[in-house]
Design a protein around this ligand. Structure first.
Ligand code: FNR
Length: 193
């Protein structure tokens, strides 16, 4: 059976460049034979993480759903905006919630991330395309047991790089993004044998 890749952007914005980017990459992963689930993180609205909330009510329903989704996929395809040189609060919040054990589960906080394979992309109006933020996302994911492939792509000058339909104008950039998606699908398949 084909390997499953969960794809999403670390942005809530309707017109998010990173949502456009992850969609392009998701199509590439599907063409490489993976079964891709493209989601919007806003579908799983999670409160700002607070251990008191967790102690009182356990994990919110949205977190349980998001964790179930993570568990049923072997690969992660992420397009991550850069805020002040780092990860967005939306993405960090989702990772922090999902890293927590469910009631009755062993207090082994890594369970739904461990053994996953991930590829990282970013897009930004700035000149570096968000690549400084990817350094942090990579470190966070590796710290919870995710193998993040070395290939990554940061799209700079996003207002010019994308057209009105959300496509990348430069075919070379499309190829680069699709090559990363392809590599993710290949590595994930090999490691899931
Ligand atoms: C930004 N932006 C930004 N861009 C960048 O390249 N480096 C940075 O450090 C920052 N810092 C930053 C902080 C905050 C709080 C905001 C709101 C924005 C700009 C950012 O790249 C831009 O808003 C993108 O369009 C966000 O990605 P999406 O939502 O288009 O995917």
């Amino acid at each position: 059976s084909p390997i499953k890749i969960l794809a999403f952007a670390g942005s809530a914005r309707v017109e998010s460049f990173n949502k456009k980017l992850v969609k392009i990459a998701a199509a590439g992963a599907a063409d490489a034979g993976a079964e891709v689930t493209l989601i919007d993180l806003l579908t799983y609205p999670m409160p700002l993480f607070n251990e008191d909330l967790e102690a009182k009510d356990g994990l919110p329903e949205s977190v349980l759903q998001f964790k179930a989704l993570l568990k049923s996929h072997q690969g992660l395809l992420l397009a991550c905006p850069e805020y002040n040189g780092s990860i967005t609060p939306l993405l960090k919040n989702a990772i922090d919630w999902a890293s927590r054990p469910e009631p009755g589960e062993a207090p082994m906080a890594l369970s739904c991330f461990k053994g996953k394979v991930a590829a990282l992309l970013s897009a930004s109006p700035g000149g570096l395309g968000g690549m400084r933020g990817l350094v942090h996302v990579r470190a966070i994911l590796e710290g919870i047991g995710v193998l993040v492939i070395p290939e990554q792509k940061a799209i700079s000058g996003a207002y010019q790089a994308f057209d009105d339909q959300g496509n990348l104008v430069d075919e070379k950039q499309v190829d680069a993004v699709r090559a990363i998606a392809n590599k993710l699908a290949t590595v994930t398949a090999k490691l899931s044998q």
